[in-house]
Design a protein around this ligand. Sequence first.
Ligand code: SF4
Length: 428
Amino acid sequence: MKKTKQVMPRVEQGPRPSLSFTERRHGKPPKHLADLSRSERRALVADLGYPQFRADQLSKHYFEHNCVDPEQMTDLPQAQRADLTRVMLPQLITKVRDQVADGGVTIKTLWKLFDGAVVESVLMKYPDRATLCISSQAGCGMACPFCATGQAGLTRNLSAGEIVEQLRQARQLAEEGIFGEPVRVTNVVFMGMGEPLANFPAVRDALHRMIEPAPEGFGMSARNITVSTVGMVPVIKKLADEGLPVTLAVSLHAPDDGLRDDLIPINSRYKVGELLDTARYYFVRTGRRVSIEYALIKDMNDHQWRAELLAAELNSRGRGWAHVNPIPLNPTPGSIWTASTTADTGVFVQTLTDAGISTTIRDTRGSDIDGACGQLAADVVDRDHVSRRAARAQAAVDARIEAHRGEPKDFDSTLAAIAAVTNGDIDE
Ligand code: SF4
């Protein structure tokens, strides 16, 4: 049996969520056209005894027309259609339900996978585009204490086909007029359930399918695709070297290791400095400005001195390579995590802007349907398991996090507090 790899946080003082990279379920979904490169598809079709170009015809139906219905594939011989679609286009995800919010421009969909695992995606219409927020794992092993998905742990990685199918179905719905008129899905963000870079092989293959033109893939613009990470440093490097200039979003949420160790458990392995160095490497390698995501949590990470520290950390690595997105927090039901006040948010943003950091408060679409990653699924799957584990984890984290709440609000008081315990023996 595979041993679960665990990383215990530096500030460990009791039970708390621990990182997990091992899947609880090992069943593999059926192979699908979207799991395969063009040459692999052609080889598979040849193995079935059909001409290789049938693979390209099938791929065009899938990627150009979002079509999986053999009846509509009239350029394929009738006798081959059923066999080709059965082998190449097995049904990977089944809709459980939609939730509509924001006056009809946000649709959150819960999907059931072949083994009963559930994931979600959120389709958002804007005046000039539609964006799909997509899941890359069922559950998540990153254990972020403010996140319902993280409290339930990792069920399993999605296959590339399961990731791509969320997009194909969203494209089909949007183009067929679910928003009242045909809309193209131009943007994808990997900000649904899961840490995408903990499932790198499938996410990398899915990115190729999204970016490469038909018959290889959908032919979307790489710059319209955002991959978010809590800080899988070595995999950020791999992604940078992959030659896919997608946008990287780093969920930072704290500029200091003391707090980030508690907010983002992977920080126990990859510290803020190393993470920002790697994010900067990503910018240099791809030319894509990195997004720094910062969920503003009341009296916890929204202090002005943290905005100053964040600006200093970013500016010390050069100008213009990163853009900060403060996010008004969408709290987990029943948790202690609450959004910053408007006044504190304003000061935080102004402090960053004054330091020359480009900053935009992020849209919080779907907040009335628990729009933060994984909350809908956590609500449906195994509620008892989630709440038992959440309660234990939350109690331990809450106890430690109180210390952060008590921290002084301004940088001078922080220096004075440090000076008090070090007898003034610090460098200013
Ligand atoms: S916030 Fe994202 S990375 Fe953290 S536990 Fe939730 S899904 Fe995973």
